[in-house]
Ligand binder design. Structure first.
Ligand SMILES: *Cc1c(COP(=O)(O)O)cnc(C)c1O
Length: 493
């Protein structure tokens, strides 16, 4: 059901914002026209024609807003075809303390992304209080409501085909379950997720949710999704859409919490603040880059990686070399076990001065292998002009980080946030507040937390016994045709 218009504190949410492809082959489109799609028709990623700008005076005003009003202020800049009152209502319905409570009850939850101080100048921003206990709920819950609204308005249906190494899948499924006009087909690497992650997804019995366990690594799942999207006839016939991390709606929703986190820690609006972002597909930190381009005074964006350090290598050397499957490690921060970082193309588009021809040339080298090497000048500009630096953390580092944060600050963190903590220790500078983005709760990765602390993390009551619930999935080979046949069978039935 379309949401009913409510009174908005802001008069207009309709901006003349259009979207183009990073590879230059798409005429400008509106927000709702790209919302339901995956890749642009030319294989590029969709991106705003330009970034909206906030002045210091705007920021001073925004600093006082609650999460919902702040989200509207930011997101409405990117939306040109949903009436302001409707957009406000969708945002208000999404970002509530009830949705982002993880079974907890405290007054800080009204902040939606509460910030805790570990010690003066070092903070963790909680992004994992949503239904699946990972930061992906921050964007996905909004996407579920946006999809339902747009599909109902346009009398459309969509079949979401996505790939997940863990958290995207469950976040998508919890956002889309029971939503009218939507089916979800989620590919995941068979046997590669934590028992908790697997149980979260596969215990869903909603008729519109299909879990496909692919007998290979995450990157094969991602390649199958790409192959399906490249089959124009299949895509059109079966109304295939996406919600993986290249979805523009997700990136935009994630921009909001950088503003919220900034305002929570900056003494004065205008002061520099650093963010550390546990990274895989570069979706989260890409949102930080966009916030920075919009005028938020972020100084450094620290891209924190695990042993799968393709992004660390890129930001240190300017060499982008996606790895082969044989060089991909299975780590204890599995949601960052990627060989290539899908959203990186959006940042590199900005880096090369939004020259679509130049960008397309670079990605030709990625698609054909082995990747590309930036000039020394462009490599330096990533740090100097765009504030990017990087860090790397290993399993041994994660154990030390989890132990140290627990012993020093009494806070239990998960393995991905631990990679962020290591990045913070490696790059922190005195006098500059640093915010580590928490990307999941420790209960999702119990085994490693137990290894570090000798005890299990506390479990929210609603998750006790999760692994014992009945599970449902379809095991399929790493073959796009097999997946297509399965999708077709369900829809044609
Ligand atoms: C998805 C995920 C990441 C990586 O985020 P990207 O947007 O892909 O860079 C990190 N940590 C957790 C827990 C995640 O689920």
């Amino acid at each position: 059901m379309p949401i009913r218009p409510t009174v908005s504190t802001f008069e207009t949410g309709t901006h003349a914002m259009k979207y183009i492809s990073t590879r230059g082959g798409m005429p400008p489109k509106s927000f709702c026209e790209i919302l339901l799609g995956g890749l642009a028709p030319d294989g590029g990623l969709t991106i705003a024609e330009s970034y909206p700008q906030f002045s210091q005076a705007d920021l001073a005003q925004m600093a006082k807003l609650n999460y919902r009003d702040l989200a509207f202020k930011v997101i409405s800049q990117f939306v040109d075809d949903i009436p302001a009152a409707d957009l406000k209502a969708l945002i208000d319905k999404t970002y509530t303390a009830e949705v982002y409570c993880n079974g907890r009850k405290d007054s800080k939850l009204e902040d939606i992304t509460p910030v805790r101080e570990l010690e003066p100048g070092l903070f963790i921003q909680e992004l994992s209080n949503g239904p699946t206990l990972a930061f992906k709920d921050m964007a996905m819950q909004l996407l579920g409501n946006l999809f339902e609204y747009v599909l109902a308005r346009e009398g459309q249906e969509i079949n979401i085909v996505g790939a997940t190494s863990g958290d995207t899948g469950s976040a998508a499924e919890y956002a889309m379950r029971g939503k009218k006009g939507v089916n979800v087909f989620m590919l995941s690497p068979h046997g590669k997720m934590s028992p908790f992650q697997r149980a979260q997804m596969m215990s869903l019995m909603d008729a519109n949710i299909f879990n496909l366990a692919i007998t290979s690594m995450f990157d094969d799942c991602q390649d199958i999704v790409k192959a399906i999207n490249n089959d124009a006839a299949f895509k059109a016939k079966y109304k295939v859409g996406a919600v993986n991390s290249i979805n523009w709606g997700r990136v935009v929703a994630q921009v909001v919490y950088y503003f919220k986190g900034y305002f929570a820690v900056a003494k004065n609006v205008g002061d520099p603040v650093d963010f550390v972002v546990p990274s895989g597909n570069f979706g989260n930190v890409c949102a930080g880059h966009i916030a920075r381009q919009m005028g938020l005074p972020i100084r450094k964006l620290v891209v924190a990686t695990n042993e799968n350090d393709v992004l660390d290598e890129f930001f240190r050397t300017g060499s982008y070399r996606p790895r082969g499957l044989d060089q991909t490690y299975e780590t204890s921060s599995p949601s960052m076990d990627i060989t290539k970082a899908s959203n990186l193309e959006r940042f590199v588009f900005d880096l090369v001065g939004r020259d679509a021809g130049k960008l397309a040339d670079l990605w030709k080298q990625v698609d054909k292998g082995p990747g590309f090497q930036l000039s020394a000048e462009d490599t330096a500009r990533m740090r100097e002009q765009f504030g990017f630096i990087s860090a790397k953390s290993t399993h041994a580092d994660r154990l030390v980080s989890i132990r140290e944060v627990f012993e020093k600050y009494g806070v239990m963190i998960d393995t991905h946030t631990a990679d962020g903590y290591k990045g913070a220790k490696d790059t922190r500078e005195t006098g500059i507040p640093m915010v580590i983005l928490e990307t999941a709760l420790p209960v999702k990765f119990e085994a490693t937390v137990r290894e570090a602390l000798g005890r299990n993390p506390d479990r929210p009551a609603s998750f006790v016994g999760l692994e014992d619930k009945p599970q449902r999935c379809e095991v399929l080979p790493a073959d796009a045709e097999a997946v297509k046949a399965f999708v077709a069978k369900q829809i044609d039935a």
